[in-house]
Write a protein that binds this ligand. Structure first.
Ligand SMILES: [Zn+2]
Ligand SMILES: [Zn+2]
Length: 138
């Protein structure tokens, strides 16, 4: 199955080619770091094998930071409009995490879980029917 996506201004466009939707795992993350980067109340990304992803237009800019516990976190975003496109930690192996809202049809890959629930905003309810972890996001 082919999933397409782009940043807000559409300078960056990408394609994701997966044998099945089961090869993707969308999850929410309530950690401080995800809130800061996205400017939102939580981060939501879709974990996929790196080899399934390719940029078809434009070139992302990279930011490397510390996730707060000494692990390097790489993030790629559009240099023109600032939309986050993807992220991965230095221990993520052959996987990347695509920012969910950049998919053209995000509803095709609904969330399977939530991470860092201990940092969930207190007004925000749990997503029903998915796994819930107090911390860790690999
Ligand atoms: Zn853009
Ligand atoms: Zn997070």
């Amino acid at each position: 199955m082919v999933y397409t996506g782009s940043c807000y201004c559409r300078e960056i466009q990408y394609e994701l080619n997966l044998p099945s939707p089961d090869d993707a795992r969308t999850s929410l993350c309530h950690c401080r770091n995800c809130k800061k980067f996205t400017g939102s109340a939580f981060g939501i990304t879709t974990k996929v094998p790196k080899k399934a992803f390719r940029v078809t237009a434009g070139q992302t800019k990279e930011h490397v930071g510390d996730n707060g516990s000494g692990t390097k976190l790489f993030r790629e975003f559009c240099p023109t409009c600032g939309s986050g496109i993807l992220e991965y930690g230095e221990h993520a192996g052959e996987n990347i995490y695509i920012f969910y809202g950049t998919f053209d049809r995000p509803e095709e890959l609904p969330p399977k879980g939530e991470f860092f629930c201990k940092s969930r905003e207190n007004w925000m309810p749990e997503v029903p029917g998915v796994f819930h972890k107090q911390e860790i996001k690999d």
